[in-house]
Design a protein around this ligand. Structure first.
Ligand code: SF4
Length: 272
């Protein structure tokens, strides 16, 4: 029987190995994948839980569910949270990196602990596969941390540093960006990701500090793909942020373009 110290050392070694494997797989996928609208490190998506009630005004998933998927059984009642039992038959291969519940927010307060634990129990059966979670309620990661297996990558979307813009422009009913920052900062996890997408105007120094405090290994940055008239920063400001963040994380560009206001100005100047 291993002594407590030996057990701790063995656990630490296992964690180190997992961290190394995740980094290797991420680097491989980044080399292979084309930059698209999805996270480029991901090899597939899996939706054991779908739907969300945060009502982000730019939510592509809700839009997709209520239009192209509205005749499917899963979304026949709308974008309400549901547990999709049939997904637990899915098996995963070694080295895959699966984005879990891209059609919802599995860690939102509308999802029961029981449902989340069912998903975590399933992924625990595939220790050589890696699973990416994204949420706008990262405090829930902390509440459920003892149940989360090492092969999970824990991510949060933080589109801006401004709670005011989110509130005044009625962007979302999810926890405010400052609350997400606090939770991600406190989250004791090796493999964290931050998505600044769709980027909304921000305070540059605050954002740099937030990312330094959170210590994600990857940061995604991109503009809204579907032009929801968000209050966007200028392209120069966004590029500046990305350059500064490159000192602390791998920064991956998503959609980059002139902000909506710059674009309008251009159109006027060009007499369009
Ligand atoms: S949190 Fe995600 S899934 Fe939920 S409404 Fe917002 S963008 Fe959509």
């Amino acid at each position: 029987m291993l002594s407590t110290t030996a057990q701790e050392t063995s656990l630490e070694l296992k964690k180190k190995q997992t961290r190394k494997s995740i980094k290797t797989i991420v680097e491989r996928n980044l080399k292979q994948k084309k930059r698209g609208k999805m996270f480029s490190i991901v090899t597939a998506t899996w939706n054991p839980i779908s739907g969300c009630l945060y009502n982000c005004n730019y939510c592509w998933a809700k839009n997709f569910a209520l239009t192209r998927l509205n005749t499917t059984k899963r979304y026949s009642k709308g974008f309400i949270p549901s547990l999709n039992e049939s997904e637990f038959k899915v098996k995963f291969s070694k080295g895959e990196l699966i984005f879990v519940s891209d059609m919802g927010d599995m860690f939102s307060e509308f999802i029961s602990d029981e449902w989340i634990k069912q998903v975590l129990d399933h992924i625990r059966k595939f220790p050589e596969t890696y699973f990416l979670f994204m949420t706008k309620n990262p405090k829930r990661y902390i509440d459920l941390l003892p149940y989360i297996p090492d092969n999970a990558i824990l991510g949060a979307t933080i589109e801006t540093t401004s709670d005011e813009i989110i509130q005044i422009d009625q962007v979302s009913t999810a926890p405010f960006p400052s609350q997400r920052y606090e939770a991600m900062k406190s989250l004791n996890w090796d493999n964290k990701i931050i998505s600044i997408e769709p980027v909304i105007d921000f305070d540059l120094n605050t954002f740099i500090k937030w990312i330094e405090d959170i210590k994600p290994f990857i940061v995604y940055v991109g503009y809204d793909n579907y032009r929801h008239k968000l209050r966007e920063p200028t392209l120069e400001k966004t590029m500046n942020l990305m350059n500064k963040l490159a000192d602390t994380a791998i920064v991956i560009k998503k959609t980059l373009r002139l902000s909506t206001s710059e674009d309008k100005l251009n159109s006027v100047n060009e007499g369009k």
